[in-house]
Design a protein around this ligand. Structure first.
Ligand code: COA
Length: 136
């Protein structure tokens, strides 16, 4: 049975390797071990575990109570479409609520937007705000 829990300090390498799988697939961005280690210490890294293996991950990058970001969401292909991603998002949102964060944003591939919308994410924030980007 898949269990969602906080990643532990000793799991930095395992978490890094899982993120690297996502990076190779082209779906998520690279993270350093130093970054991962600090996020784990702050209890912001959630993993899905099955039979002692980490099969999914999501990270809450805490910027402020005003706005934080869901990043590094990845489930290994063999565990997809069985609700693991949704459980990870739920754990992250629960943590965000505990931290009294008002808004969680995520930047994702266009084709993934409908998936996040099912968890309550929306392209429009409060109906009148939009996110703008400037490429440098
Ligand atoms: C995104 C991802 C984490 C989802 O993980 P998952 O464990 O498969 O998610 P869930 O099982 O909770 O959700 C699967 C459901 O979403 C549906 N779904 C899959 N892709 C979808 C999409 N692009 N749009 C809408 N629904 C989608 C599936 O059909 C399935 O529906 P069902 O529950 O009715 O069967 C996983 O696909 C993944 O790791 N992808 C590569 C990394 C990535 O794209 N990360 C997001 C960028 S941050």
């Amino acid at each position: 049975m898949v269990l969602i829990r906080n990643a532990q300090a000793k799991e930095v390498d395992e978490v890094f390797d899982l993120i690297e799988r996502g990076v190779k697939e082209g779906s998520i961005l690279k993270r350093t071990k130093t970054e991962i280690s600090s996020l784990i210490k702050n209890e912001l890294v959630f993993v899905a575990e099955d039979n002692s293996n980490i099969v999914g991950i999501v990270i809450l990058d805490f910027y402020s109570k005003r706005l934080s970001e869901l990043r590094s969401m990845y489930v290994t292909p063999e565990y997809r479409n069985s609700g693991v991603g949704k459980m990870l998002v739920n754990a992250l949102l629960k943590k965000a609520e505990q931290l009294k964060i008002k808004e969680v944003m995520t930047i994702t591939l266009k084709e993934m937007a409908p998936w996040f919308e099912k968890s309550g994410f929306s392209e429009e924030v409060h109906g009148f705000k939009v996110a703008l980007f400037k490429k440098l």
